[in-house]
Structures are given as C-alpha cells and as structure tokens.
Design a protein around this ligand. Structure first.
Ligand code: NAP
Length: 299
C-alpha cells in the first residue's frame, strides 16, 4: 500500500471536500466519491472519479478513506452508521482519515470502533480556507499512529503543503482548536481595526495596505480584510461553522480547566453574528456586528 497504488475514497464534497478530492484525482490516485447531495459529485465524475451511493461503498473500494463533513455528529454518521457508514464497507488494513473539524472524543470513539475491524483512524483537520483547498496548499494537522501518518502522507501531500504529525489520536483535532482560537480572535481584531479606521475617517484600503506587511500582518488581515472593506460576505468559511468550532473549544477548555478569555469574547460576538442571520455568510461578517456596536453608541 504505497504511492499511486493507493486507492482513495472521499466522503463529503462541500466547499472544502470538493477541491481537496479534485487535487487527489489530479495527482493520479484512483478516486471513489460519495456525497449526500448527489449533484455535487458531478464535477468529479466528469474528471474521472467513480461515484457511489454510500460511504460504505466508497470505503469498500479504497485503501484510504477521507471524510470532510460538517460537525462531530456528521462524522459519527458517515463513519459509524450501521450498513451505510464507512465502517460497514472498509477492509482490514485500511486507514480512515477525517479532515472535518470535530471534537477530540470523536477520535477516541472512531479509533476504538474501527480498531475492532483492524482499521486505523487519523484525525486530520485542515486550515487554509477554500482558497488553500483549491491550491492544494492546506495546513493539515494530524493525530494518530505515526506509521499510519506515514502511509497516508502521499495522499495528504496532494491536498496540503504543511503536514504535521501532532501526536496520538485526537491531537490533530486539538491543534485545530488552537488554530480556531487564533483565527477567531484575529478575525475579530481585523474587524475592530477596520471599524476604528472608518470612524476616524481613514481610507480603509490604505490602512490595510500600510499594516499588512508589518507586525500585524496575517492571513485573516490579507484575505478577509479586503472582503470586509468591499462588503463581500460570500462564504469561504461559514460563521456557523466557526461558532461550532468555538463551542467545541469551549467544551474542551472546560474539561481541561483552562480559561480562554479572548476566545470567550470572540464566541459571544460570532454568536451575535449568527443571531443576526449571518450564520451562512463568511466569518468576515463579524465586521457587521462590530460596526453595529459603533453605530449604537450614545455620543
Ligand atoms: P460544507 O460546504 O457545508 O460541506 C459539508 C459537507 O459535509 C457536504 O458535502 C455535506 O453534504 C456533508 N455532510 C454534512 N453532514 C452530513 C451527514 N450527516 N451525512 C453525510 N454528509 C454530510 O462545509 P465545508 O466548508 O466544506 O467544511 C467541511 C469541514 O471542514 C467542517 O468541519 C469545517 O469546519 C471544516 N473546515 C472548513 C473550512 C472552510 O474554510 N470552509 C476550513 C477549514 C476547515 P451535502 O452536500 O449533502 O450538504
């Protein structure tokens, strides 16, 4: 089971899964795909992937099965569901790789259940947004056995450029929560700086240009700052998904007894964004919430 001889299955062809699977196919791996909404499989079918009608069937055709679905219950569903789940079709010696952002306990449960069938599990969430997924430039943070990581690496390399084995099962999910702590506060910081500049009568584009190359530079600033200025809230990453990630982080922090004061504030403001019907907009919509605070101030 090495290199291009690996057969790959992919479950969940959303904003991230679709381009990730496309890159696997382009790299020369044979690919079998499943998506709940069948119309989303068409571009990959046209590009040469085999389309099947359950995660179990995708697994039956594959040495490595990747999933990228919304939330922890969805990972449980596509991996562990009786008859249709990956676990029903997967063969001994295969590896299941979850690229969703899910709770650390998902790794424990999936490793245990798949382990009974002689199947390995890697938690391998990703960062880099839809642009990173399209460009094959994702960061991939992986938890699980090192030998499984090494076997899966040729496939992971088609999707990402920074691929790190973070530790044992669940470590990938935990590192992704660290990523979301950074992302949420950084996105809020960009919104706040723009709101401040606007009120001070500064040209927002000039401000972004001036600070991007200095110590405040970041992915959020470079990618989402211009979208905030343009009032472009089309989703790369849904507000509701970041909120989901912050809820998982909150739970894990409670278990660990770790105070996360900044993240708690970001969670509250992203919850406000969701409550204001921005849940299916991109995370840059936090700018509308922050600007709203400014407008409601009594002068
Ligand atoms: P998305 O566009 O909403 O796609 C979700 C995918 O999961 C769809 O293919 C959906 O199928 C499938 N799905 C969800 N629940 C399912 C279930 N119960 N059974 C079967 N299929 C199910 O989301 P996304 O933006 O690609 O994100 C996917 C994951 O990556 C999430 O965990 C997210 O937090 C994480 N992530 C996203 C980004 C980003 O920038 N977007 C970046 C890093 C990580 P349908 O097509 O039928 O709805």
């Amino acid at each position: 089971m090495s290199g291009h001889k690996l057969r790959v299955g992919f479950v969940g062809l959303g904003i991230m899964g679709q381009p990730m699977a496309g890159n696997i196919l382009r790299a020369g791996f044979s690919l079998t795909v499943y998506n709940r909404t069948i119309s989303r499989t068409e571009p990959l079918k046209d590009a040469g992937a085999v389309v099947v009608d359950s995660p179990a069937k995708a697994a039956a055709e594959s040495d490595i099965v990747i999933c990228c679905v919304s939330d922890s219950p969805d990972v449980y569903h596509v991996v562990l569901a009786e008859k249709t789940g990956i676990i029903s079709g997967v063969r001994k010696g295969s590896i299941v790789v979850d690229c969703s952002t899910a709770a650390p306990e998902v790794a424990t449960k999936c490793s245990q259940e798949l382990g009974k069938k002689g199947v390995s599990f890697l938690d391998a969430p990703v960062s880099g947004g839809d642009a990173g997924a399209k460009a094959g430039m994702l960061s991939i943070m992986v938890g699980g056995r090192k030998e499984d990581f090494d076997r899966a690496r040729p496939v992971l390399e088609t999707m990402g450029k920074t691929i790190v084995h973070c530790g044992s099962s669940g470590a990938g999910y935990i590192v992704k929560l660290c990523n979301q702590i950074l992302v949420s506060m950084n996105c809020l910081a960009v919104a706040e700086a723009l709101s401040f500049a606007q009120k001070a009568g500064i040209d927002s584009k000039a401000m972004l240009q001036a600070v991007s190359g200095g110590a405040a530079g970041s992915w959020q600033l470079s990618n989402l700052g211009p979208k905030m200025v343009a009032d472009d809230y089309a989703p790369g990453f849904f507000v509701d998904y970041l909120l989901k990630d912050l809820c998982i982080t909150h739970g894990a922090a409670q278990d660990l007894k770790v105070p996360l004061p900044g993240t708690a504030l970001a969670e509250t403001l992203f919850r406000a964004a969701s409550a204001q019907s921005f849940g299916r907009e991109g995370t840059q919509a936090i700018y509308k919430v922050v600007r709203g605070l400014q407008r409601q101030q009594v002068s």
